[in-house]
Every structure is written in C-alpha cells, then in structure tokens.
Design a protein around this ligand. Structure first.
Ligand SMILES: [Zn+2]
Length: 891
C-alpha cells in the first residue's frame, strides 16, 4: 500500500491557502516528508503510523494537561492534550478492535461557504482490525462552541467522503475510566504468569462469574490474587479474544472490579498514589494500609486509592514473587502449623471436603454444601472448634482475600509485612547483613547489596532464590532497616536529627523553603542537606527535584501546616497561581530581613512588589544581590508603589503586570533614544539622570560607580512608568491607541502629558510608544514567559546563573565608562523580556534585534503587523499553535 501512495502526485506541505474545491489533507508521512494533497487521494495513507502534525502545545495558564499515554496496542506512546483526550485514548487502547492509534494525524483544509479558509487537526485516527478507520475529536459537551461545530461537521463530511467513521467524544463514564485505568496497569507482558494464565484463559473462554471461574481454575483462591486481572486484561485486550473482552468490559462497566479490589491488590504490591510510591503492607476489608518509600504509613479506602488520578500499580519491578511455603518459613513453626490447620477447616467449610481428600469421599453431613447453607456450615465449624461464629467468618474472609497468609496470627506477621513478597531467604540474608551494620552510609548500602547477592548465590543453588533489581533491593533494605536507625534520609549522612527542632524561627513572608531550611540549619548547627532530605520527597517518583512535605516540616518545627503555608507559597494546597510571582526568587527589603536571623532570606515575590512600604526600601526586579537602597530622598518613587497597587486593584494582576512592564520598556526606550533635547534642562531625562546620580554615586576613592545595579535603573524610571501604565492597562486608551488618526493623536498627546515625549512624527525610528500603539495595543496583555518551579534537588539556595553575572558585570562596566547608556542597560535586563519577546518572530532571533524592533514603526513593520492581525482574525488554529511552539522553544 505505501508504494501506491508514493506513486500519487503530492504537493509539498505547508502551502498556504484553502483548496479550490473539496478537502485537502497535510500530514507527515511515515518516512518523514510533509505532504499536502487532496483528501480523495489520501484515503489509503496509513495515518495510524503518521507523526503528529503539530507539537503538543504547552503554554502558560493552559487548562489542559498534555502528555503521552503508553499504548499497549501500539507498543509506544500516543500524545494527548487534555485529561479527556488521555481517557479517550486509553479507552481506544482498551478496545480490542483497534489495531493502530495516531494522535493529530493530519491537517484538514477546506473553504467555508463564504470562501473563508478553514482548517482543523482532528485529535485521533484509529485503525480497526478489519481495516476500517475512525477519526476522533474529543471535546466536552459544554465546551463545544458554534465555531467548533462547523469544524466537526466538516470533518465528519470529509470522513464520510473517504469511508472513515467519525466520532465526537465527550467525557466518558468515570467508573469505566477508573476501572480501565486500573486495568491498564496490568497490560504489560510482565504480568503474564504461566501456567496460570493459560488455564484462566481456557476457563474464561465464555463469560462466567469471577469466583466461579476462579474456582473452576483450581487453586481457586491463589489464582485470584492478581493473576486474574493481569491475564485476562492482557488477553482480552492485547490478544483480542472476543468473549473475555466482553466479559471484562461488562465487569468494568458494572464497577465489579472496584468491589473486588481487596482480592486483587495484595500485600507487597507497589503502588503510585498522590505523587508518591507506597507499598501495600496490609489489607483489611476495604481499607488498605500503605507504607510510603519514605517509611510513612497511612490507611486509605481501596476505592479512594484507586480513584486517585495518578493511581497505578507499579508492578514493574515487584519484590520477587514467592511461593507461600517459602514465606511461611519465616514464621515460627507453631504459628505456621496453626495457619495450616485453619486452612483445612476453612476449605472444609467452603467445599465440604478436607484438602487432599480421596476422590469419591462423601462430605461430612454438617458440611455438605448440597444440603447446608454457608452460614450453617460455618456455625457447625464454630461448634466443632469451640470458637465463635465471628471467628470462623473472619478467618474465612481473610483466607479469601489473602490466602494462607490471611490465616496466620497477625502478631507473627508483623515482621513480615515490611518486606512484602520478598523471598524469605533473601530477607534473611539482608537481615544478617544489616545486623552487622549500625552506621550505614549510601556507600555501605550498595556494598551491603553486593554482599547479600554474594551470600545468596553462595548458599543456594543457581537461581533457586530469584534476585530482584537493584531498585527493589534498595527498597527491601529500606523496609528492613526502618526502626533500626540505619538509613533514614538524614541518617544516611551520618547525622541524627531531633524529632522536633528546639526553638525554630518562623519563616519570613513569601520565603522559599530552601532559604528557611538553610536558616534553621545555620541557627541550630545542623547539616542543611540532611534537614532538606528529611522534610522533602521527590516531586514525583524517580524525580531528582524534591518538594517539601508540609506535614514533615510542621512536625519538625512545631508550627502548623497552615501557618507555614501562609508564609511560604510553595507549601500552599492548592498551589498558588505561579504566574503571579516572579519566576526567580530574590532578596527583599534588607530592613525586613534584618528581623529574620540565620542568614540571607530569599523570597518569591509577586510581580508588583517594587518597594517595601514599611521601610521605604527598593526591592525591584530580581538582580544580583543588590545593596540596600534607601528611598528617603525620593518620596515620588515610594508613592509610585502606592499608585501601582491602586492599578492592581483596578485592573487585576495580569493587565497591571503587562502595563507596568510595557511602561518601563517605553521609559527605557525614551531614556536610550536620541530625542534628548539639549536645551530642555527640565525634561524627564534630567530627572532620571539626577536620580541615578544619587542611587549609584561615584565612589571618590575608587573613582568608580561600585554601587551599580541594573535594578536601581528601574527605580530611577519607576514613577514615570507607573504614571504611563494606566494608559496601557485601560481598555479605553488601548482602543484610542489602535484607532483612527485623530484618536491616536489624542493618545500620543496624553502620553506627552505624562512623560516628556519628544516625538512628534510617529514614523520616526526608535519610537517605542508608536510601536506599542501599532503592534501591541490591539492584542491581549503579555504574560510571564517563565514561571517559578517549586522545589530543588538540594537544600542549598539557588545560585546565580553565570550568564546573568556576566551581563551584570558588562553593564556595570558600560555604566562606568559612559553614563549615557542607562536606558539601553535597562532594556537588556531580563525583567522586560515578556513584553519584548511577546511576539517572537523567527527573524528576531537575536535579543538585540528584538530590542531594536520594539521601537520600530516603519512600513515593513506596518505590513508585518497587518499580516499578523489578519491571520489572527481568520482564527487559523495552526497559527496559534505555531506561536505556542515558538514560545516554548524560546524558553
Ligand atoms: Zn521592609
């Protein structure tokens, strides 16, 4: 089939414009080239093997969460753009009729009735076993707008034309999704356990109730423990056996799997849940006792556990599977014998016969299932043994859930619980090794693993004791050393931390956790990394990035989680809107910080924090650690912060953020520009120069401006920027800036009233105000390019990027050489990037080019802007996505 495709005439991809008639598709062929051709010629293309036609956009404030789903059908990943798409692709993957799935398979182009060019990239293309295909769009019913309907209808018409089906899917049944998500964890071939798998498939060839089928499979109760779902899911879906697939779909649909949770999750399983890894250490009815990788125990309801969005059984590297008799060897002989006796009794109650009874043996009368009910049989057993009916019921129910283990005296199993399903002989070897070690570092831990492996290999026959992966061995050692004071997080570094710190200082407002923890460590003479590891956990399993666990920090400091989260935004739940904060933590007011002992206080400040109003001290945008700036001689700068806050109250943080930044950029351009009139000594330039003269004085000894900081340049123009900002934030003035000639003249006049604005001809180069009116006033406010990412891998405070230091040094040198470059230096500060880079054009590759362009108003720029506006109005989705990609790559 591919040969036929290549023989057809194709157009190179990306050609603009709608097709003259009918539909056209553009796609990326499996061998690489981007192609565009009439849809009628593309019916035979194997779209299920095509690469996505657009990248999965990730942009600030997006409501959706893109990602990739591992598809068992495809044996690889399929992209999704939202949780709805993820759920739908998961269901497709679960559908036995589907043999291939591709996301964003093609762009469809057509013309609307009025000739307007339209395009759409459907979400998925799925190929069925019988060769038919279906195109799928996912959109929640409440978010289907009229414009979307036109696209869905056209897409459906296009599909009909080439013989594909079309489905518009909304939110699927949450119960089915939960079950399928849970089952999906078992679809990996690693879960196929022979010969049980083959037996089960034979038994479940026709739909059967779960317990009946399991009983027919023999070894019924053992089989139930995990083998059923893994085998049947693997076969039902991967192998596309009709009957089990239907059987399972029914089971999933009715939520029966959820009810049977206790029998399929079992002690020893590792699960991911709430962003952390846990091991199931015990089951009791519908409750599951978990122990996290960090050793913390918790009890959750099975239904709650499985409903968690990130719940997965990470059976990837389970503790080694082990025959029950091997596990029993770890128990004292009387305990084991008691369990086995109970097993005989329970089996007799269930089946009427003792285990191992000769064929043809008749059941004892009081245990005959043919004549006695289950309750009657249990009553008979209680009477026989002289125990209560409750005891018999309890034993039987535990046996159903956990097999022979359920019958073992719980006091005797406590030691075992921590090790899950580890081979008893392996556990013994690890215990032996641990006994010889009292102070173990990370290094000795890996030595211990090597020694354990050697012991096991020397003691037992080849392969008699299955050796797990290194990761599992580490976990086993952690589990066994819990309570031994060997390898806790801090202990691993040879340091014992107290349970509660004596006299812990409070965190400062907006402080970042590494700063707070570093101060605590300094004040109490503790190891900072040890402290950090004690109160953090990986951001997600396997992540190097660690985030603070508020409860742990609360326990350590004796302060409530509420109080800690009030001070430190990173600990808030739900997390704050990170866009409100600067992407870089910084030092704040030096006078406020003086009240917080223990060293540098690093905070995550909101975008609008420029001045500490209590102390009249400049904070400004993040810079290299600036010296204290006292603003007492500049009441107008302090006043500007108050006006800034009023603006914030009036317009909200996003328009204010954009307006103040844009105004700062405009002031920087004016300061940099060549419009400075030589005669006008009262112009705004003189005010700015004067402020800088005080803020960055000449050191008479060194004959240099050693107190230089780019942030102080921001302070110099800040009052005028805040005076300009309302014009930029206000929809009224924005409209005038984008209006007729007369309206624009009013806007420029108003700007001239607020700052000395020298340009009478808007077409002159270097005019940032005219540029903003032309290129940006009609667009939504710009947003931060990057946001803060909570957590770091060590407890130390973030250092300064080398390039920032270098740029700072360069600017300081420039400043010393010629004080005429303040405006230029200001423009080059990273703080202004969001307004300068907001519409990144490919040819503006260089940062300097971008700055130059941000003051341009020539004809070429006008054409460029006109083209962009037209594109935006046409609502061409691909243009928007292109832009999201550009933005992603610029970060
Ligand atoms: Zn202060």
């Amino acid at each position: 089939m591919p040969d036929v495709v290549h023989a057809l005439e194709v157009l190179p991809g990306g050609s603009a414009g709608p097709p003259a008639t009918g539909f056209e598709v553009a796609y990326i062929a499996p061998d690489g080239p981007e192609l565009r051709r009439p849809l009628a010629d593309a019916w035979a293309v194997r779209f299920e093997a095509a690469a996505p036609v657009r990248a999965f956009a990730s942009y600030r404030r997006q409501r959706n969460l893109p990602g990739r789903w591992w598809s068992a059908t495809k044996g690889g990943h399929v992209g999704y753009e939202s949780w709805l798409e993820r759920d739908q692709v998961m269901l497709l993957d679960f559908d036995p009729a589907v043999v291939g799935i591709a996301s964003q398979p093609f762009w469809l182009f057509w013309s609307a009735a009025n000739g307007r060019p339209l395009s759409h990239a459907p979400d998925y293309f799925a190929r069925h076993e019988d060769g038919t295909a279906v195109v799928i769009d996912c959109r929640p019913a409440e978010r289907r707008r009229p414009r979307d309907w036109a696209k869905f209808e056209a897409t459906e018409a296009a599909c009909t034309e080439v013989g594909w089906g079309f489905r518009l899917l909304g939110a699927p049944d949450p119960v089915v999704v939960r079950n399928v998500r849970w089952l999906a964890g078992y679809r990996h071939p690693r879960h196929r356990v022979e010969p049980v798998a083959s037996e089960l498939l034979a038994v479940f060839a026709e739909p059967l109730p779960l317990m009946d089928g399991a009983a027919a499979g023999g070894e019924s109760l053992a089989v139930l423990n995990g083998a059923v779902p893994s085998t049947l899911v693997a076969r039902a879906v991967g192998g596309r056996l009709g009957a089990p697939a239907r059987w399972f779909a029914r089971l999933a649909g009715e939520g029966a799997v959820m009810a049977g949770a206790g029998s399929v999750l079992r002690p020893g399983d590792w699960v991911t849940f709430n962003g952390d890894e846990h091991q199931v250490v015990a089951l009791a009815g519908t409750a599951v006792r978990l122990r996290s990788a960090g050793g913390a125990e918790s009890v959750v309801l099975a239904s709650y556990l499985m409903a968690a969005p990130d719940f997965v059984v990470t059976g990837a590297e389970p503790l080694p599977e082990m025959e029950p008799s091997g596990l029993l060897e770890t128990l004292p002989e009387p305990t084991r014998a008691a369990a086995e006796r109970w097993q005989r009794h329970v089996v007799e109650v269930d089946t009427g016969l003792l285990p191992g009874a000769e064929p043809g043996t008749p059941p004892r009368e009081e245990y005959d299932p043919a004549t006695r009910s289950l309750t009657e049989r249990m009553q008979a057993k209680a009477a026989e043994l002289g125990v209560s009916l409750r005891t018999v019921e309890g034993k039987r129910s535990r046996y159903v859930k956990q097999g022979l283990w359920g019958l073992v005296d719980q006091r005797a199993t406590r030691r075992w619980e921590a090790t899950g399903r580890a081979d008893a002989r392996l556990v013994a070897a690890v215990r032996e090794g641990l006994d010889g070690e009292t102070h173990l570092s990370t290094g000795t831990r890996s030595r211990l693993i090597r020694r354990v492996i050697k012991t096991v290999e020397a003691t037992y026959a080849d392969g008699a004791v299955p050796l797990p992966s290194e990761r599992t061995l580490y976990k086993l050692i952690d589990a066994l050393s819990t309570g031994r004071h060997t390898f806790g997080a801090a202990e691993a570094r040879g340091l014992m931390l107290p349970r509660t710190l004596p006299d812990p200082v409070p965190p400062a407002r907006h402080e970042i956790p590494p700063s707070y923890i570093s101060r605590l460590a300094t004040l109490l003479g503790l190891d900072i990394d040890g402290l950090w590891f004690q109160v953090t956990q990986p951001a997600y399993p396997g992540a190097g990035r660690r985030v603070v666990v508020p409860e742990r920090l609360a326990a350590l400091t004796g302060r409530s989680v509420h109080a800690l989260a009030g001070a430190m935004p990173e600990l808030r739940d739900p997390p704050p809107d990170w866009e409100m904060f600067r992407h870089q933590p910084q030092t704040g007011c030096h006078l406020c910080d003086a009240r917080h002992p223990g060293g540098k206080v690093v905070r995550l400040l909101p975008h609008h924090a420029y001045i500490c109003l209590r102390h009249g001290a400049w904070i400004g945008p993040p810079d290299i650690d600036h010296l204290a700036v006292d603003l007492a001689p500049f009441p107008e700068i302090v006043d500007a912060q108050r006006r800034h806050l009023l603006l914030l109250r009036r317009y909200g943080w996003a328009p204010t953020y954009d307006a103040v930044l844009t105004a700062l950029m405009i002031c920087a351009h004016i300061w940099y520009g060549d419009g400075r009139p030589l005669t006008d000594v009262f112009g705004v330039w003189n005010i700015w120069d004067d402020r800088v003269h005080h803020l960055i004085p000449l050191d008479p000894e060194k004959q240099d401006y050693i107190a230089y900081s780019a942030s102080k340049l921001f302070a110099a123009v800040y009052p005028e920027a805040v005076t300009l900002a309302p014009l930029i934030a206000s929809p009224y003035w924005r409209r005038l800036a984008d209006g007729t000639g007369a309206e624009q003249a009013r806007f420029f006049a108003e700007v001239g009233k607020r700052v000395t604005y020298p340009y009478n001809e808007p077409d002159r180069g270097g005019d940032a105000v005219a540029h903003w009116a032309l290129a940006d006033s009609w667009r939504p406010p710009s947003r931060p390019l990057t946001t803060y990412a909570p957590g770091r891998d060590r407890g130390t405070l973030p250092g300064l990027a080398a390039n920032r230091l270098a740029r700072q040094e360069k600017s300081a040198k420039w400043f010393s050489r010629s004080r005429r470059n303040q405006g230029r230096t200001l423009l080059f500060h990273g703080h202004l990037k969001p307004v300068l880079l907001r519409d990144r054009e490919p040819r503006y590759v260089k940062w300097e080019g971008t700055i130059w362009h941000s003051g341009r108003t020539d004809d070429l720029m006008k054409e460029e802007v006109a083209r962009r506006r037209k594109e935006l109005q046409a609502g061409a989705a691909h243009v928007r996505y292109q832009r999201a990609e550009d933005r992603a790559s610029s970060r």
